[in-house]
Unconditional design. Structure first.
Length: 591
């Protein structure tokens, strides 16, 4: 039933409702959210918890004149419903019309394309400064929460906000959770503020020079409206700290807030339950737990995303103090693993591909420059060219880590190779190592090449050379990591053209095996590079530069320099000419 929601096509319609009608509207929105996210997946718990807060914001403020900036923007579903996009949540035929994050191309009510955490306060500070320079008077509101306050940029934003003497409203959604449980000293302070109804002496926000208000029940729309009306048009920065209930309205998401943070479509969950398959997260977690038992010095770190590495609550319990969740603080995580390694530990940092880029300076200065023996496992390298939204692209990591001296980058192609590399990195490398976790499980036996290629295990320092998979002539295919199966498909397609191609598993993208590259000059005139990532700054570009002074032709395949937003994988493969028949066409033309 959408009695009230049927009447709302924008914030102006919301303001026509009596305050007594708003709880019923919240119920209607909550049911719409549950129905859509259950069907197509998305952020369930975060959005269920902020329905009332979003209604209150749009009831009090005057968007888009007043500017609302959403942190991460994964909590913006109700905001989208109230700002003219309700069909994308009510009609299954339109479920995919909008993204899961804010986007100014969708609506004038969205200020930024945002998908990473901790950014809202800094951007709000900037918008407030720009507003003042232009002589306008609108409110600027940053909405932050869900663990985002532990991110370093959020602290920098608070620090600069505290120095301002103009309108800036920071709404802190405190639901006592991040993706997993919160970690960090700041959350002890928030707990003390909750326990004292915002009156305790130790108040971080006042210490930053900010005004402060507390709303004990952040799911009480009346209390929220009262609080926001008090701060509307305020002439100085203020933090409105609201305590909300993540997952409210859906029993399983409310009880299991960690699993309820983000969910796959119900049909996909059922299919996985009926036909369980091995995945790298589960396998890696089992491997690391066993490694911890064997060696007390092994410790695994996560920056607020333990599920990426398969470390659910039970696995974290088993690991004890050999597992550390630093909260949403990627820069700190990289610096900490360098410190652990310096002190004699064996740290392993598991991180999603899209989030590693947040710590580029730490990779360079705090880790690689120091030469400390830490291991970074990057999930998302494999299957990087795919239908992600433009805020969670995974295609830039090879290019990013490829540029840093002293950082060894490995791209395993098979399960056996991956775990052999992990053994080497943790116990023998003596240097910082980044391992690109493949996307799809491929086994050595799946390669099915005769004569059999050298075994992938054990992996040693000598194996930083490339691995010959199949020997041929005229054409050599260097298929990096997750794209080795693609390389073998291209070889098979070339064979139909009478071309017996060489296939190589490079394994290492950070260094060139010049001996192998030189050997290819004899009997080969075309080299094909395949990488599941960006071409600019990537592996293929380095190979092309190496062969530049010679007569070798290089055809490099990977992602173009662009942001893509929910573009189907098959469309991108067609665009980038990554299908075997397209590559064969190019090779034949080059020959």
């Amino acid at each position: 039933m959408t009695h009230y929601l049927d009447t709302i096509n924008g914030p102006a319609d919301l303001k026509k409702l009596d305050r007594s009608q708003l709880p019923a509207l919240a119920d209607e929105i909550r049911q719409a959210l549950i129905a859509k996210v259950t069907a197509v997946g998305g952020h369930m718990g975060p959005n269920l918890g902020v329905v009332e807060a979003t209604i209150a914001m749009h009831y009090v403020f005057d968007s888009p004149t007043d500017k609302i900036i959403w942190d991460v923007s994964h909590q913006s579903y109700t905001h989208k419903i109230l700002t003219g996009r309700k069909q994308a949540f009510l009609d299954p035929a339109h479920y995919h019309d909008v993204t899961g994050y804010t986007n100014p191309k969708e609506s004038e009510h969205d200020q930024f394309v945002v998908g990473h955490t901790g950014t809202s306060i800094s951007m709000a500070v900037g918008m407030a400064k720009g507003r003042d320079l232009c002589g306008r008077k609108e409110n600027v509101i940053a909405f932050i929460g869900d663990g985002s306050m532990s991110e370093g940029e959020a602290f920098e934003g608070l620090d600069n906000a505290g120095e301002m003497d103009t309108n800036l409203i920071i709404i802190l959604n405190d639901n006592e959770m991040s993706i997993a449980p919160d970690h960090g000293g700041i959350y002890k302070g928030l707990a003390e503020l909750r326990a004292t109804n915002g009156a305790c002496e130790h108040n971080l926000f006042r210490a930053f020079g900010l005004d402060y208000r507390y709303v004990a029940d952040g799911n009480d729309v009346d209390a929220l409206i009262d609080a926001l009306q008090e701060v509307k048009d305020i002439d100085h920065p203020v933090v409105v700290h609201i305590h909300t209930d993540k997952g409210l309205g859906l029993e399983w998401a409310h009880e299991d807030k960690e699993s309820g943070h983000w969910t796959l479509p119900a049909a996909a969950i059922e299919a996985m339950a009926e036909h369980p398959v091995e995945d790298y997260a589960t396998l890696t977690c089992s491997y690391l737990l066993n490694k911890m038992k064997q060696d007390r010095r092994v410790v695994v770190l996560s920056a607020g995303t333990p599920g990426n590495g398969g470390f659910g609550p039970e696995q974290r319990r088993q690991a004890g103090d050999q597992f550390v969740d630093v909260g949403i603080a990627e820069q700190h995580a990289v610096a900490e693993i360098s410190g652990i390694a310096k002190a004699g530990g064996k740290p392993v940092y598991e991180v999603a591909s899209t989030f590693l880029q947040r710590a580029y300076d730490q990779l360079q200065q705090d880790l690689a420059l120091q030469g400390n023996a830490a291991t970074i496992i990057v999930a998302g390298f494999g299957d990087a060219i795919g239908p992600d939204d433009n805020t969670h692209a995974n295609v830039f990591d090879i290019a990013m880590t490829n540029t840093i001296p002293g950082l060894t980058g490995l791209a395993p192609a098979t399960k056996e190779e991956y775990f052999a590399m992990l053994d080497w990195a943790i116990d023998h490398a003596g240097r910082p190592v980044v391992i690109a976790e493949p996307g799809t499980l491929t086994y050595e036996a799946d390669l099915n090449i005769e004569p059999a290629q050298p075994a992938a295990v054990p992996f040693t320092a000598n194996d930083l050379d490339y691995r010959l998979i199949a020997r041929g002539s005229k054409v050599a295919i260097l298929a990096l990591g997750n794209f080795l199966p693609l390389g073998l498909k291209v070889r098979k397609a070339l064979a139909k053209q009478g071309i017996d191609a060489t296939v190589i598993d490079p394994r290492v993208y950070s260094d060139l095996d010049t001996a192998t590259l030189e050997s290819l000059k004899a009997g080969h005139s075309v080299v094909v590079t395949l990488e599941d990532g960006a071409l600019v700054g990537g592996f293929g570009e380095r190979i092309a530069a190496y062969y530049g002074p010679s007569g070798m032709r290089v055809l490099a395949y990977g992602a173009h320099k662009e942001f893509t937003d929910r573009v189907p994988t098959e469309t991108l493969y067609e665009r980038y000419r990554l299908n075997p028949d397209q590559i064969v066409q190019d090779v034949v033309a080059a020959l």
